[in-house]
Design a protein around this ligand. Structure first.
Ligand SMILES: [Zn+2]
Length: 144
């Protein structure tokens, strides 16, 4: 997250959920494919969810699986319940050493939640995708 991003760009970019999802899929932060946790079938993405409609043979005949998981499943974003946009902004602000109180105030999130997430961020590796600057083609998409 060097020169391509600043706080305003992050927030604007994350406004467009589809664009944000595609960007993170391209860069491997979100999974490109998902297997259903119920039946292991290939799931289809519908907006911010993976869904499964596989027909399954059961004792009472065939039924549809209807498995569903969030787009964040098994990704770095799954570690928090905060919106992805807020996670991005908190991460950015942490990398630039903003005070906890400032992060909580600017993003309208309570201080305890911010403290927990910052603790988590110190323990894990922030995906390099998120901390490094976007590639040439991506910079245009980000408005950078
Ligand atoms: Zn399924």
């Amino acid at each position: 997250m060097d020169s391509g991003f600043n706080l305003v760009r992050i927030l604007l970019f994350c406004e467009d959920e589809e664009k944000m999802i595609k960007y993170f899929m391209q860069r491997g932060v979100l999974k490109n494919t998902m297997n259903c946790p119920k039946c292991d079938g290939q799931m289809k993405r519908v907006n911010s969810f993976w869904r499964c409609w596989k027909l399954i043979k059961g004792k009472k005949g065939k039924h549809q699986c209807q498995g569903v998981v969030s787009i964040r499943h098994k990704s770095w974003f799954a570690k928090s319940k905060l919106p992805m946009k807020t996670i991005m902004a908190v991460t950015y602000m942490m990398l630039y050493n903003y005070e906890r109180q400032a992060i909580a105030w600017e993003l309208d999130v309570n201080l305890e939640t911010i403290t927990n997430w910052l603790g988590f961020l110190r323990e894990v590796n922030i995906p390099t995708t998120i901390r490094t600057k976007p590639q040439e083609g991506e910079r245009a998409a980000l408005g950078a």
